[in-house]
Design a protein around this ligand. Sequence first.
Ligand code: ATP
Length: 330
Amino acid sequence: MSVAVKFDNVSRRFDTEVAVDGIDLEIQEGEFFAMLGPSGSGKTTCLRLISGIDRPTSGHIEIFGVRSENIPPNRRPINTVFQDYALFPHLKVLDNVAYGLLVRGVGKPERHREAEYLLEMVKLQGFGQRMPAQLSGGQRQRVALARALINKPRVLLLDEPLGALDLKLREQMQEELKTLQQSLGITFVFVTHDQGEALSMSDRIAIINEGKVVQVGSPQEIYQSPRTRFVAHFVGSSNVLSPELSSRCNGIEYWTSLRPEVVVLGDPGQGRIDGKVKSIRYLGASNYVSVELGEQTIGALVNANEIAAPVGSTVSLNWTDDAQHLMDEE
Ligand code: ATP
């Protein structure tokens, strides 16, 4: 497998603001790669640097092994899908999709044939004659996808493409996007601030914070072995044990992460440590039980069928050694 996009110590500064701060990254060809981070962490700037709309202040980007400064944006084998779709409101759906071919001087019959084919691929056959205003949000998003794919990019950049959709449609589109990516075999670079979305769709995820890549790994690695407290908090709702609490629970004085689903509640004195049930949150299939341990609380995800200890009662907390993960930074 070759490297589709490589960041070599890339920074982008705006006056005093450092949007991207010395990023090294390799995105493999054919990968579904997510960039996950909070608002303002530099994700969109990374995409803009890959597409060529913007340039690094220092460092280099390579696209399929070629230094990007040698490839003008319109010659890069890359296209972008934006959150707001950016469809042309005055053009029919078919002409929106075919636009990239029009720009390249492709004749009308071939343009329309290709556009029809792509509409079929995104499950919108028969919608070509409609105007964008006559479509739902999910349908507009599919048109934007078809339009971005018509020039056969080798890399598709997706900037929060599902952000404007409601939850149900979002989940449906997540599946469809993943299937589409697998059948096309092209590289997707997907920007999101939604942890669940990144975990469920990606082959690998880069966690971005304050312009830096904090951790890169498979969804399992990121979820189970967060490298820093930031990752542990940001991806899922991990418990983070201070070195002091960790030392009381497991004898190791180190920052430790612990997923709520691995914590088992029992009778007082039966586990590693005792605490008082502070609150119980009903989540449907499970309950999230917060247990107070002096300064800190630890959350446990308990099957809703289990009889939970009432708020105010004392319980023990237990977990296996392999369920706790030591973090190599604070
Ligand atoms: P969001 O999820 O909100 O879209 P993001 O992670 O994509 O955020 P960026 O849009 O890349 O973040 O912005 C990173 C930082 O760079 C922000 O602090 C932003 O204010 C700053 N920034 C981005 N573009 C510019 C610009 N043209 N001029 C000045 N500052 C900018």
